[in-house]
Write a protein that binds this ligand. Structure first.
Ligand SMILES: [Zn+2]
Ligand SMILES: [Zn+2]
Length: 336
C-alpha cells in the first residue's frame, strides 16, 4: 500500500506492506480517507523523536474495511479516532492524568495516518473510535482529536464563570482553542503577531482579537477588555518569547495553560509565580472522555472548523509540510 515514510526530515511516498487483520486476534483495518497534519508531527520530525522509517499522522478519518470486534462497529462504517488509549486502572488514570498513563503512551495506530490503511486494536474500538455523523464532512471529522486536545485544556484550566480568557497564538490550534473556550461558555480574546491570522480569527468565535507585534501597545489595548489582566491564558504559539508576555497579560492569581512545546525550553520565573499566585499548568493529549466531548461539539455544530484546512493529496505531503511551516496555510488535510 501507499504510505508517506519519514526519511531525513522529508516524507517519501513509497509502498509498504498493508496491515493484515489475520495477524491479530481482534481489531480492525481502516482505509484512511484523510488525515490532518498536526503541529506535533512537525515537532516529532524536527526534534528527531520520529526516526527514519516512521509513518506519522494521527488525525484520521477513514472507513472500516475489515473487523473482528465485540463492539457494534462494522465494515463500511466511517469513523474518526484518537490514537492513544489509557488503561483506566493505574495511578495516573485514577488521578485523571490519562495522557500520562504509560499504557496510553505505548498504544498507537499502526503504521500511522499518512498511509492507505491502518490497523487499530479492540481497545481503540472500545474507547477512542467514533462514528462520523452524516452531518459532518470528512475534513470536519478529522478535527476530532485536535479539538479534543483543546477541550481537555479548557476542562483542566477549570475556568470560573465570567472569566476573560486569552489565547496567545492564532494558528489552527489557537483558533480551535478559542472555539472550545467559547463553546464552554466563556469569553475569549486572541492575539498573534501576524495580521492575516488576526483577520482569520475574527471570522471564528473570538470576542475580539489583537495584533501583538508591539508589546506595550497591545498590553495597553488589553485593558479595554480585561482591566486587571486576563483570568486564564492559553499558550499555543510554541515560542518562548510568549512566556514573559503571558505573565504581563495575566492578572494576579491567573492560570496560564501551556499547550505547546518551545525549542529552547525557557521557564517561568519563580518569584512571578510566588508573589502573584500564578498557576502555571500544562495540558497534553486527550482522554476518551475528551474525544467524546469533542465529537459532540462537532456534531452539534457548537464548534466550527470549516475553512481551517487546506487539502493536499498524499503525494504533496512535503508541500503541505512546507506551507504549514512557512505559515502559508493554517492546517493541512492530507487526502489518501
Ligand atoms: Zn494532533
Ligand atoms: Zn493508566
Amino acid at each position: 500500500m501507499k504510505a508517506a515514510v519519514l526519511n531525513n526530515n522529508k516524507f517519501e511516498i513509497t509502498q509498504i506492506p498493508k496491515p493484515m487483520l489475520d495477524e491479530y486476534e481482534d481489531g480492525a483495518i481502516i482505509k484512511v480517507i484523510g488525515c490532518g497534519l498536526c503541529g506535533s508531527d512537525i515537532v516529532k520530525m524536527r526534534t528527531g523523536v520520529a526516526k527514519n522509517g516512521t509513518v506519522l499522522g494521527h488525525e484520521v478519518v477513514g472507513e472500516i474495511t475489515e473487523i473482528k470486534s465485540n463492539t457494534e462497529f462494522k465494515s463500511g462504517d466511517i469513523v474518526a479516532l484518537g490514537h492513544h488509549v489509557p488503561c483506566f486502572n493505574c495511578h495516573y488514570c485514577k488521578g485523571g492524568n490519562y495522557s500520562m498513563c504509560r499504557h496510553f503512551k505505548s498504544t498507537n495506530i499502526h503504521p500511522g495516518g499518512f498511509a492507505e490503511y491502518i490497523y487499530v486494536t479492540e481497545e481503540h474500538l472500545q474507547n477512542t473510535i467514533f462514528h462520523v455523523n452524516s452531518n459532518l464532512s470528512n475534513i470536519e471529522a478529522s478535527f476530532l482529536e485536535p479539538l479534543a486536545c483543546c477541550v481537555r485544556a479548557v476542562k483542566r484550566a477549570d475556568i470560573k464563570d465570567n472569566s476573560n480568557c486569552l489565547v496567545i497564538g492564532l494558528g489552527s490550534v489557537g483558533i480551535l482553542m478559542g472555539e472550545a473556550i467559547k463553546a464552554f461558555g466563556h469569553k475569549v480574546y486572541g492575539c498573534d503577531l501576524l495580521p492575516e491570522r488576526i483577520c482569520t480569527a475574527e471570522k471564528f468565535g473570538f470576542n475580539k482579537t489583537f495584533l501583538s507585534n508591539d508589546e506595550d501597545k497591545v498590553l495597553e489595548e488589553f485593558k479595554t477588555v480585561a482591566p486587571i489582566g486576563f483570568d486564564t491564558i492559553f499558550l499555543t504559539a510554541g515560542a518562548s518569547s510568549t512566556i514573559d508576555f503571558a505573565v504581563k497579560a495575566a492578572r494576579d492569581g491567573a492560570t496560564i495553560v501551556i499547550f505547546s512545546s518551545v525549542k529552547d525550553d525557557k521557564g517561568f520565573k519563580n518569584n512571578d509565580i510566588y508573589y502573584r499566585e500564578l498557576k502555571i499548568m500544562g495540558s497534553y493529549s486527550p482522554s476518551p472522555m475528551d474525544l467524546d466531548d469533542s465529537m459532540k461539539l462537532l456534531e452539534e455544530r457548537r464548534v466550527k472548523v470549516a475553512g481551517i484546512s487546506t487539502i493536499y493529496p498524499i503525494e504533496k505531503l512535503n508541500d503541505a509540510l512546507h506551507d504549514t511551516i512557512s505559515n502559508k496555510i493554517m492546517k493541512a488535510y492530507i487526502q489518501l
